[in-house]
Write a protein that binds this ligand. Sequence first.
Ligand code: F6P
Length: 531
Amino acid sequence: MNRWLTESPAWRALETHAEELREQHLRELFASEPARFDDLSCRHGELLIDYSKQRVTRQTMQLLQQLAEQADIAGWMTRMRAGEAINHTENRAVRHCALRAGEAAPPEVKSVLARMAAFCEGVHNGQWRGYSGERISDVVNLGIGGSDLGPHMAVQALAACQQPDIRVHFVSNLDGADLASTLARLSARRTLFIVASKTFTTLETITNARTARAWLLAACGDESAVARHFVAASTNLQATGEFGIAPENVFEFRDWVGGRFSLWSAIGLPIALAVGFRNFEQLLAGARDMDEHFFTAPAHSNLPITLALLALWNTNFLKAHSHGVFPYSQSLALLPAHLQQLEMESNGKHVDRQGLPIDIATAPILWGTAGTNGQHSFFQLLHQGSELVACDFIALGKADFPLPGHHSGLLANCLAQSSALAFGQTEAEARQAGIAETLLPYRTFPGNQPSSTIVLPELTPFTLGQLIALYEHKVFCLGVLWNLNSFDQWGVELGKQLASRLAPCLRGEAPSDALDSSTRGLIEHLRQFRN
Ligand code: F6P
């Protein structure tokens, strides 16, 4: 039990404070605190987080900071940076920051980056060619989870920096529809595959890689072509060799890089190919800049710590078990999917570091989509439904694809949503706006939905690096606060084991009698279609 946390003076003080604040509406808080924006926002360089629309006061933040001190976030930062095995259930260090440490990076990291740079240059300038001598025009990343979501998100986010004459595709799903529909658009002579898998044992990725290899061989009929068309990003050199990828085509990283933190490693190769190695370096530089801020800024002005404390407040004291992320940027449309893995795979845990049950809520359900699209689907529930949903709005000062009249409308909608969610519309206001009496119940908005607005000056490789690292460190802080291991993911194992037992039953190669009646019934039903 995590009594040391919930019975601590800092937690108790927060409980009392939450009770006092419970009846206060954001309308009242804004009316009584005219300087809320100045008091409850923080900046790092040109990056701003306005959290004045969260249901907090300055006192709340002070109390939360006491909790951060009690949890010893600073001590855990030191342990992480010193390379201690803070991922204790896998006995691994957590060193993704070393991947983006620039001059201070370990020699092995620098040497892989140098190889990635040379490889990208070769592909871009046409020195690296396919088996028929043609230039590479398409790159297909075969990976899943952390070996797909981060790079995919970053490539889409940096579309404005896209290199000419090269397209990068992502295939992750075991469903053949994913790979088949991608291959249908490609020519084997000009396609390069990156098999991206930390373990090189993941069923989805290895199945897709084998099929892609067969597709290539069917086109060229020559095994030696594999070396010109397959490279790998992995920690498992034995398995990449067994697959037939030449050692010089393997970009290696270490087990101290967690899958969901791996886009800074060789797993970032598709990003570098899509936007150029210089831009990839800028992405690393942005993350490094956020690392420096995180490791040095005091708690009250520390962006990741602030986001973590707000998340803890919303989850454990306001009981908001859902967290919406709404980038008002089409380019950042895949950010919620990346953050889903980052936050939910890291902190979706029910036991603490000592293996004891945690009796408070941990990671909320994270979801979201790009604005303004969400406004025309699920925002209704945020405005007038019954759920408390903590939201992050993300806005860009400058458009990455400026078209006349678009960006100001986009920003206006972003601000309008956070404002409507915070303040709502009372019956009196609706009446004043001329709404008919019979419609008043339908036209009032309760408001009081908490949100933060994160503003990036513009979307560049550097600011994207800052943004991703901001959320990574938020996740780390929450793990420390909840006293759990953010860096393992045992929860995904059971389903994998069951799937490997069920596959032979579906093929009719093993009996299904011992299975539960639902699974057995479904297998029998499905087998009739396969036959
Ligand atoms: O199944 C979950 C997971 O292990 C993630 O943590 C990881 O990002 C993903 O699978 C892919 O793993 P790999 O890179 O080893 O193929």
